[in-house]
Write a protein that binds this ligand. Structure first.
Ligand code: SAH
Ligand code: SF4
Ligand code: F3S
Length: 477
């Protein structure tokens, strides 16, 4: 059960993880547009959300999406740079597309997203197949970049903006179930954690205007959506001010305003940063039933020297204080997950043992775990040697994965016998007779379908579990 997909994920079941380990592919859209776009998305939910913006811009410029690369006029890969293997996956994919291009030279290939931003025009030299390199803040320029390629040029736009939030663009929903949608509330990151490439690929942090977020959430609700996930690399530093400076909105206030749209609209968010997560956010969560009781709070390490080298801005004690605040304000049922990196520069066995001890102390519902992967030009790459041998990184990773698996199972077992409200979000992969949905604390439950429909809420008594999901039966109201 090694975690391989890239970050920010709140998906939990074995089924969902599988979907994430492979890139997400655009669906078939047949509205009679002249040309076809095949779009593959790697990386985090923010990238996925960006692909919805890209699809919208492309749709307005004469493109339907397709799930078949062979019938595409344009292939876009929206890429991730977070770890080396994320980039390797894209390079392997490009190699696979080479033969399509050989048979159809008019087909255009574009690299979008974080890898485009990191490597810029160098990508054109390294990957001969590529016609277009477009960074995450340059998607409005796609139509003119496509025209350049149509005229036989190669096209690059990797300009990073301080303002762009695509606030006015109405995303084409690629998610598929019609129930859950992502809403980007901010872009970029100002934190500069030493291991992380995101500040370089996504630029400076900026918050999207509150009215456009609320409008998007309202429209989604009216269209039948029942769950929105507010996305940002550090949602706790969301801050929007009106132009005249008379009104400011922080994350807790934004959360409240989204929750007030309708009690039947569930609100989730990711990612919280331990150094910035306030009690005000936790109290707001406690006040509204429809704000889901689930927090992704990446620890990265349980050792203070390593946290300092990572420039995370908190200590182990501070982090545990935040966990205590979650438990105090939201209770033990609040789901908590984390991200952990093993084998960061100079990490000793004792320091790794402190991460293990932290995991035992917190007992996460879920964890996303990674071996440290040095990223060129990050502060860690410049200042520290990547000196933990890969076998050691891997052994430490295996150790925490096994520990986390036992914790997930243990916490799922504690839910047996209790009743939880679940939002139905799809059919179980294993049986058409069963539906699946999630509890507020983000655990997937499988249960008999009977005459319910996707998008309904149902009260379920939990009857059994595996490490990845629960099984339940409806209780009569
Ligand atoms: N903004 C979020 C996470 C963004 S990246 C946060 O601050 O938590 C998602 C996760 O990828 C990180 O939490 C970290 O655990 C992991 N990650 C980032 N850079 C990495 C690297 N160079 N090697 C291994 N894992 C990394
Ligand atoms: Fe990267 Fe740190 Fe920003 Fe998260 S908060 S995106 S880990 S720099
Ligand atoms: Fe996301 Fe990967 Fe970029 S995690 S922000 S797509 S580097």
């Amino acid at each position: 059960m090694k975690q391989r997909f890239e970050s920010l994920e709140i998906l939990k079941t074995a089924e969902e993880k599988e979907q994430c380990e492979v890139p997400r592919i655009s669906a078939d859209q047949n509205t009679g547009k002249k040309r076809k776009l095949y779009l593959e998305t790697y990386g985090c939910q923010m990238n996925f959300s960006d692909s919805e913006i890209v699809s919208s811009i492309m749709f307005d410029n004469g493109f339907d999406t397709t799930s078949d690369p062979y019938s595409a006029d344009v292939i876009f890969l929206n890429t991730c740079s977070i770890r080396e293997n994320a980039e390797q996956k894209v390079r392997n994919k490009l190699a696979q597309f080479a033969h399509i291009k050989r048979n159809k030279p008019s087909m255009m290939v574009g690299i979008l997203g974080c890898m485009a931003e990191r490597l810029k025009a160098k990508l054109l030299e390294e990957e001969k197949l590529v016609d277009m390199v477009v960074g995450p803040d340059a998607y409005r320029d796609l139509p003119s970049l496509i025209s350049e390629v149509d005229e036989g040029e190669k096209a690059v736009n990797v300009f990073l903006s301080r303002e762009e939030t695509y606030a006015d663009i109405n995303p084409v929903r690629l998610g598929g179930n019609g129930i859950s949608a992502y809403i980007s509330i901010m872009r970029g990151c100002d934190n500069m954690c030493s291991f992380c490439v995101v500040p370089y690929t996504r630029g400076r942090e900026r918050s999207r205007d509150v009215a456009s977020i609320l409008n998007e959430a309202k429209t989604l609700f009216e269209q039948g959506y029942r769950e929105v996930t507010l996305l940002g690399q550090n949602v706790d530093s969301y801050k929007w001010s009106s132009e005249d400076g008379t009104e400011t909105v922080n994350f807790a206030q934004l959360l409240e305003r989204v929750a007030l749209i309708n009690p039947l609209l569930r609100v989730r968010f990711t990612t919280s940063h331990p150094k910035d997560m306030t009690d005000e956010v936790l109290h707001t969560m406690a006040r509204y039933h429809n704000i889901c009781k689930y927090i992704h709070l990446p620890a990265q390490s349980g050792n203070n020297r390593i946290l300092e080298l990572m420039s995370r801005g908190y200590t182990r004690e501070w982090y545990l204080g935040r966990i205590a605040a979650i438990r105090r304000i939201l209770g033990d049922d609040c789901g908590i997950s984390t991200d952990i990196i093993t084998g960061f520069c100079s990490e000793t066995e004792e320091e790794h043992a402190q991460t293990v001890a932290l995991m035992k102390e917190v007992k996460y519902h879920y964890a996303y775990m990674f071996e440290y992967s040095e990223r060129p030009n990050t502060p860690a790459a410049k200042k520290y040697a990547d000196d933990v041998p890969s076998e050691v990184k891997n052994r430490r990773l295996e150790e925490i994965i096994a520990l986390q698996n036992s914790h997930s199972l243990e916490l799922n077992n504690l839910m047996i016998g209790k009743v939880y409200e679940v939002l139905i979000d799809g059919t179980s992969k294993k049986s058409e007779e069963d539906f699946k949905g999630r509890t507020s604390n983000n655990t997937t439950v499988i249960f008999p379908r009977e005459n319910r429909k996707i998008g309904d809420y149902v009260q379920l008594r939990i009857t059994g579990c595996t490490q990845g999901s629960l099984f339940g039966v409806p209780v009569s109201e």
